[in-house]
Design a protein around this ligand. Structure first.
Ligand code: C5P
Length: 403
C-alpha cells in the first residue's frame, strides 16, 4: 500500500534493459502509483514513447526544448511534482551526467532540478560498471544521497557476457521504491530475525524424495511482515514455488540438515520463527544412484532415521534468541499437543493450527491459529495467511516493547 497514490517520475535512459521498464510501469501502477515518463533520445531507440505512454496512461516527456511541454508542465515542475524520481534503466552515461551536474537534455535537467528522493536502477555492460570512472561517479552519487537498486549479477540481455550489470527486476525495483517511501513505524529496527519456511525434501535417491504439502506461504508472509516492521530477516526456505519476499535475505535449502545448518549459521538473532514443515525422518542411507525396478525382485523398503529438530535445537541453544516461536500443525488434540511442545522445544510461543484436510489450511491461503504461550491460549479468527503474519509480527514487536 506504500505506493498507493504516490506520483513517480520515471526516467528511462538508453539501454536494452528499457524493455523491462514497460513491465515496471505496470507493476508500479498495479500498486496504485501514477507514473509520468521521461525518455532520453537513447531510450527511444529501444522502446517507443507510444508503448511507454500507453502503459503509463500519461504524456511522455522527451524534449527539453518542446514549447508545448514547457507550457503545459515545464521542466522545473516536472522535477518537483512527484514523490519519487526513479531512473530505470540508468546508463553509465546518465550516471556520469548526474554525478557531474550536467543538464543537456530533459532527463539530466530534471535530475539536476529535482528536490525529491531519487532512486536509480543502473544497467550496463559489466566492464562499464567496473570502470574506475563509473565507480567514481557512483561513489559521488551515493555521497549526494542518490539511492541505488542493483545492478545485479547475471547474464546480459544483449551478449552472453556475465557479471554485475544487469538491471534489477521490476519487482525488485518496486520493493526498493516502497522501502524508500515507507514512513511507517519500524519497532523492530535493529532486531535480527530468522524464519524457516516451506517443506523439506529428503532424498531417497537422486530423482526421488520424501516431501509434504507445505507451500511456504505462511513462513514467507511472516518473514515479509517482520521485515516491514524493520527487522533484519534471514529466511531459510525449503523448496517452494513462491517468490522470495522482498527486503529479506533468503537462503534456499532442500534437506532438514541443510536447513538446520543455515539456521545455526544465521545466529545470533533476537527472534526465531520456525514455520517450516520439517520432515521428521529422512532415509537412513539415500542411494547415490537411481534405485532400479527389476522384474521378480522384492520391493525395496526404506529405513528411516530421525532428522534434527531445528526448533528444539534453537530453543535450547547457548545463543538462544530472546523470542523463539514454533508452529504446531496438528490434526487432533491441538491444544494439548501445542502446550506439550512449548516446554519440550524450549519455545516461548507455539502457533497451533488444525491442518486436518477438511480445513484446507495446508497449501491454502487462509489460516486459523491459536497462540499458545505460558500466559495461556488465544484463539485468532480465520484470516488470510498475510494477516496472520502481520498480527504475529505486531505481537512480536509488542513483546520487545515490553522488554
Ligand atoms: O514436532 P512438530 O514437528 O509438530 O513441531 C513443529 C514445530 O517444530 C514447527 O515450528 C517446526 O518448524 C519445528 N520443527 C523443526 N525441526 C523438525 C521438526 C519440527 O524445527 N525436525
Amino acid at each position: 500500500m506504500v505506493l498507493s497514490g504516490k506520483r513517480i517520475l520515471l526516467i528511462i535512459s538508453g539501454g536494452i534493459a528499457a524493455y523491462k521498464s514497460l513491465d515496471l510501469i505496470r507493476r508500479l501502477r498495479e500498486r496504485g502509483a501514477s507514473v509520468r515518463p521521461v525518455m532520453t533520445a537513447g531510450a527511444q531507440q529501444f522502446v517507443t514513447p507510444l508503448a511507454v505512454g500507453a502503459l503509463a496512461a500519461d504524456h511522455v516527456f522527451t524534449d527539453l526544448f518542446s514549447r508545448q511541454d514547457e507550457q503545459d508542465v515545464g521542466h522545473i515542475r516536472l522535477a518537483r511534482d512527484c514523490d519519487l524520481v526513479l531512473v530505470a534503466p540508468a546508463t553509465a552515461d546518465l550516471l556520469a551526467k548526474m554525478a557531474n551536474g550536467l543538464a543537456d537534455d530533459l532527463a539530466s535537467t530534471v535530475l539536476l532540478a529535482t528536490d525529491r528522493p531519487v532512486l536509480v536502477a543502473p544497467a550496463m555492460n559489466p566492464h562499464m560498471w567496473n570502470h574506475a570512472a563509473t565507480k567514481r561517479n557512483v561513489a559521488t552519487l551515493k555521497g549526494d544521497g542518490i539511492r541505488f537498486i542493483g545492478p545485479m549479477a547475471g547474464e546480459m540481455a544483449e551478449s552472453r557476457e556475465a557479471g554485475v550489470g544487469r538491471m534489477a527486476e521490476p519487482l525488485e525495483i518496486v520493493a526498493a521504491a516502497e522501502a524508500l517511501l515507507d514512513t511507517s513505524p519500524k519497532p523492530l529496527a535493529g532486531r535480527k530475525a530468522i524464519v524457516t519456511s516451506g517443506p523439506t525434501h529428503e532424498p531417497i535417491d537422486p530423482v526421488r524424495y520424501i516431501a509434504n504439502r507445505s507451500s511456504g506461504r505462511q513462513g514467507h508472509a511472516i518473514a515479509a511482515a517482520l521485515a516491514k516492521l524493520g527487522a533484519d530477516v534471514t529466511l531459510v526456505s525449503g523448496p517452494v514455488s513462491i517468490a522470495d519476499p522482498a527486503g529479506v535475505s533468503t537462503v534456499h535449502v532442500e534437506r532438514a540438515e541443510e536447513m538446520r545448518d543455515a539456521v545455526l549459521t544465521a545466529l545470533p538473532a533476537d527472534i526465531a520463527v520456525m514455520v517450516a514443515a520439517v520432515a521428521d525422518w529422512r532415509v537412513a542411507s539415500a542411494s547415490d544412484q537411481k534405485i532400479k525396478k527389476h522384474p521378480g525382485e522384492s520391493i525395496p523398503t526404506l529405513a528411516l532415521t530421525e532428522n534434527p529438530d531445528i526448533l528444539k535445537t534453537i530453543g535450547h541453544h547457548t545463543m538462544r534468541p530472546k523470542l523463539v516461536i514454533g508452529f504446531a500443525a496438528e490434526t487432533q488434540d491441538v491444544d494439548n499437543n501445542a502446550k506439550a511442545k512449548l516446554t519440550r522445544k524450549g519455545a516461548d510461543i507455539i502457533v497451533a493450527n488444525d491442518v486436518s484436510p477438511a480445513t484446507g489450511i495446508m497449501g491454502g491461503v487462509r489460516n486459523r491459529v491459536k497462540i499458545v504461550s505460558h500466559n495461556g491460549i488465544e484463539q485468532w479468527p480465520d484470516m488470510a495467511k498475510d494477516e496472520v503474519a502481520s498480527k504475529l509480527a505486531a505481537l512480536i514487536a509488542d513483546r520487545f516493547r515490553q522488554g
